[in-house]
Design a protein around this ligand. Structure first.
Ligand code: AMP
Ligand code: MG
Length: 327
């Protein structure tokens, strides 16, 4: 066991696997970003995907199979495009980077590892967003590696690796055991996180996506006005926002529905790890109707609409303001 691990109030095989895999994968993502002039492929839904998204999913799939065999992984990426002629150059790059961690990796194994993530979720599963906030990764702003364990629709454990937050930090939450953080380089002990105590809308710090296509920036502005919030909302990519809220550096996090995609349903890997990181730091997370998030309906939160997360103190006030703005 790693000596620092002993300071966490949990040490299950699941938490040790998740912490080590996310740390290793975050460092790989950072290396890919630094060594590559990133070209992005475009997926069918026109979202970008990079060598790092694929390499991280393959690495974590491999570590899961080695350390917790028999587990199910539900990941964002699939290898279809890499198996085509046009994908071969990208597949070669992924394989080269993966060999720094798995020396005998072959292109075929890379595809098979990535595709371990493409099923429908059973009752118990791991869910992974290998690079959450790919647009932030491409802009060299915030991004996160997000991994969570879900049982019967509820998140039990979540880990976020945030290479650009506080010089690179890992965030881990276990149900009933709190949310903890440590720098990637383990230069400091694990530290427990708590949400802020702010309970006035006037002083609230609101966190939102950078990408207008992922939220409703105008409605967030109206909501802020209704709450009397003085500071402008802070745009940040990825579940790094969830870590910032858990650390007490933000008070309200909103994912309103973008006018361009009013029927959008959140993906499980975009919310699972971040949600428990917030809850175990004392915060609250629901959908925009105040309903709990339900991770038992396939690869999306099919029964939920948008996301509201707060330090708990401001939750009622923001839900009420939301009802008023959308009425
Ligand atoms: P953010 O970094 O907050 O912009 O969120 C990034 C995530 O938004 C990506 O991982 C996507 O899965 C997700 N996403 C894509 N399209 C939408 C949409 N129309 N509404 C909300 N989220 C979206
Ligand atoms: Mg994502």
């Amino acid at each position: 066991m790693h000596p620092m691990m002993a300071l966490l109030p949990f040490s299950s095989p699941e938490s040790q696997f998740a912490i080590n895999a996310v740390r290793e994968a975050s460092l790989l993502a950072r290396r890919i970003q630094r060594e590559m002039v990133t070209g992005a492929l475009t997926k069918d839904d026109r979202s970008p995907v990079t060598v790092a998204d694929f390499a991280v999913q393959a690495l974590i799939a491999r570590r899961l199979a080695e350390q917790l065999p028999g587990s199910t992984l539900i990941g964002e990426e699939a290898a279809d495009a890499l198996r085509l002629e046009e994908g071969l150059a990208t597949l070669d790059q992924i394989t080269t980077f993966l060999r720094t961690a798995i020396s005998d990796a072959t292109p075929e194994e890379v595809c098979n590892l990535i595709d371990r993530g493409s099923g429908e979720p059973p009752a118990t599963y791991w869910t992974l967003d290998p690079i959450d906030g790919t647009k932030g990764f491409l802009r060299r702003e915030q991004y996160a590696v997000a991994l969570a364990l879900v049982r019967d629709g509820k998140v039990e454990l979540g880990v976020l690796g945030c290479p650009e937050l506080f010089d690179g930090s890992i965030y881990v939450a276990v149900r009933g055991k709190g949310t903890w953080t440590q720098p990637f380089d383990e230069s400091q002990n694990w530290r427990q996180l708590h949400v802020s105590a702010r309970n006035s809308g006037t002083a609230a710090r609101i966190l939102r996506s950078v990408e207008k296509a992922h939220t409703n920036v105008d409605e967030i502005g109206q909501l802020a006005a209704k709450l009397g919030t003085t500071a402008a909302p802070i745009g940040m990519d990825s579940q790094a926002k969830y870590a910032v809220l858990a650390a007490g550096e933000g008070d309200v996090l909103l994912r309103l529905l973008s006018p361009s995609r009013p029927d959008y349903r959140e993906k499980i890997w975009d919310q699972a790890a971040g949600s428990i990181v917030i809850e175990e730091a004392g915060g609250r997370i629901t959908d925009l109707d105040g309903r709990p998030l339900d991770f038992s309906h396939g690869r999306t939160l099919a029964k939920n609409r948008g996301i509201l997360a707060t330090n708990a103190h401001l939750h009622h006030a923001v839900l009420a303001a939301l009802r008023a703005t959308s009425a």
